[in-house]
Design a protein. Structure first.
Ligand code: AMP
Length: 509
């Protein structure tokens, strides 16, 4: 592969009247109209002085114009840099100083707070509101549409996405035109997307899942989408009779399961439900299948690597696993310390190599070098195993591994036992400092409505199911687990909240 991602996704579609998307604000948008919008936005970026390789940082609400801005930036030879809409001015200050974008696009409502920050970082500021208006749209209305796509090599950078950075500084993952295109093609093939598909797009577009997986798969297969500004279970249910597929984080599925309208009839037009970005509880998978007759297809990826593995379209979709490596992607399990390869069923570091793997962290060559093995495998930071049948299992992030009294405990193993107890909805298991054991295990547990359980009930129920050192020394009942926008449980928040627990318990004795 070579050349500009834009040409592969939208090239040649400038005269195609086929529907690309339906949106609540701007209505139906054809491929032709969308390509035209991209050409005008690209023209506006060039007029604002964009040079090939310049970053265009964007903090804007989800809208068709914001989606077009991604492809316009790529077409003009720039590097698209989306920022979470929840970021505060102080966070934006860090990202703009780190990325040094030529252009910064933000919501007009935030202009007063962000313009001085962006200007100090050397960026030209344009605005884009949720309806698609603002100084960027004004500029696009009068700019000459870009005449030709900027010529780019396959390994040139098309986008930088900052990792969520739950520990330490957030790092900018550099993704090339080929990284994105190869993954889109691989997913189209694996998930059988065709021009007949209609995807419900309810994910944010500042993250790899909604921006690349969902959007690029639709474009690469010439499919269409029902574009929703955010996840709203009623709106998703309403769209299902006109749609064929949904891509969601696990929270989408747990929330939809609470919807009384979810059944076989309401999902009869759908052919595929995909879940990713965080672990899907096996219980959710099973309940979904019981209610709808559909087995959710779980896949695994990350900002740095795009998608790595997927449960099969045709074969058995096994709950609690993330399936097999995608075409062209190699996965291996290795000793986290030495990199020595582990065998089947052995838990270790998940390492990945393939055309999907990013080009490194922006301006962090040492950090990049530290996360690759000499033979090109990227060290994901996720711990897992490959089972006898070749399915990949994730047991947690490496940094979440608990070492208590010298023993390694994988939180997932404990969470699975607790989640299986009647009365429990879900749990998060983590380690905090313990005066005797180094780390002591705490379980934060969410009970089902109306269920009553005491701390000792949980601990006793695990007796005989888990070795003593794996059982929590403290169970805390919580109303809900802290999650970020992508549905990931934020264990760092739990660790902070319960940091002094065991010292306090020791002092009270
Ligand atoms: P992000 O870079 O925000 O997409 O986060 C990537 C991380 O999310 C991975 O390294 C995994 O820890 C986690 N993740 C993604 N998909 C899954 C999945 N299906 N099951 C478990 N964890 C997942």
């Amino acid at each position: 592969m070579a050349g500009n991602l834009y040409d592969a996704l939208l090239g040649g579609l400038e005269r195609e009247d086929r529907l690309l998307l339906k949106d609540g604000t701007v209505g139906a948008v054809s491929y032709r109209a969308f390509a035209d919008q991209c050409a005008r936005l690209a023209g506006a970026l060039l007029q604002a002085g964009l040079q090939p390789g310049d970053r265009v940082a964007v903090q804007a609400e989800k809208s068709v114009a914001a989606l077009a801005l991604y492809l316009a930036t790529v077409r003009a030879g720039g590097i698209y840099l989306p920022l979470n809409i929840a970021y505060t001015a102080a966070e934006i200050d860090y990202f703009l100083n780190d990325a040094e974008p030529a252009i910064f696009v933000c919501d007009p409502a935030k202009l007063e707070a962000l313009e001085p920050i962006a200007e100090a970082a050397g960026a030209k500021v344009l605005t884009l509101d949720p309806s698609g208006s603002g100084t960027l749209a004004d500029a696009a209305a009068v700019a000459a549409p870009i005449a030709a796509t900027s010529s780019r090599g396959g390994s040139d950078i098309a986008a930088i996405l900052y990792t969520s950075g739950t520990t330490g500084r957030s790092k900018g993952a550099m993704l090339s035109h080929d990284n994105l295109l190869s993954n889109a093609r691989s997913l189209v093939e694996s998930w059988r997307f065709t021009e007949k598909d209609v995807l419900i797009h309810a994910l944010p577009i500042f993250h790899t899942h909604g921006l690349f997986v969902a959007t690029n798969v639709v474009l690469a297969s010439r499919a269409s989408m029902i574009f929703q500004p955010k996840f709203d279970p009623d709106k998703v249910m309403e769209a299902m009779p006109q749609a064929t597929s949904l891509m969601g984080v696990p929270t989408f599925y747990t929330r939809l399961l609470q919807h009384p309208g979810l059944d076989r009839d309401s999902t009869a037009h759908m052919r595929l439900f995909v879940s990713g970005s965080a672990p899907l509880l096996a219980e959710t998978h099973q309940e979904w299948e019981k209610r709808t007759g559909h087995a959710i297809l779980e896949r695994y990826g990350m900002t740095e690597t795009n998608m790595n593995t997927s449960n099969p379209y045709d074969g058995r979709r096994v709950a609690g696993t993330v399936g097999f490596p995608l075409p062209g992607v190699e996965i291996r399990i290795a000793d986290p310390e030495t990199g020595a390869r582990f065998g089947t069923e052995e838990i270790g570091m998940i390492e990945v190599r393939g055309p999907n793997v990013f080009q490194g962290y922006w301006r962090m060559p040492e950090k990049t070098a530290a996360e690759f093995r000499k033979d090109g495998f990227f060290i994901t930071g996720d711990l897992g195993k490959v089972d006898q049948d070749g399915y990949v299992h994730i047991v947690g992030r490496g940094k979440d591994l608990i070492i208590t009294g010298g023993y390694n405990v994988y939180p997932k193993e404990v969470e699975m036992e607790i989640d299986a107890l009647p009365g429990v909805t879900e749990s998060a298991v983590f380690g905090v400092k313990h005066p005797d054991f180094g780390e002591g295990i705490i379980a934060a547990v969410v009970l089902k409505p109306g269920a009553e359980m005491a701390e000792q009930d949980v601990i006793k129920a695990l007796d005989g199911r888990l070795a003593g050192y794996k059982r929590p020394k403290k169970v805390a009942f919580v109303a809900e687990l802290p999650r970020n926008t992508m549905g990931k449980v934020q264990k760092n928040i739990l660790r902070d909240r319960f940091a002094g627990t065991f010292e306090a318990m020791a002092a009270a004795k």
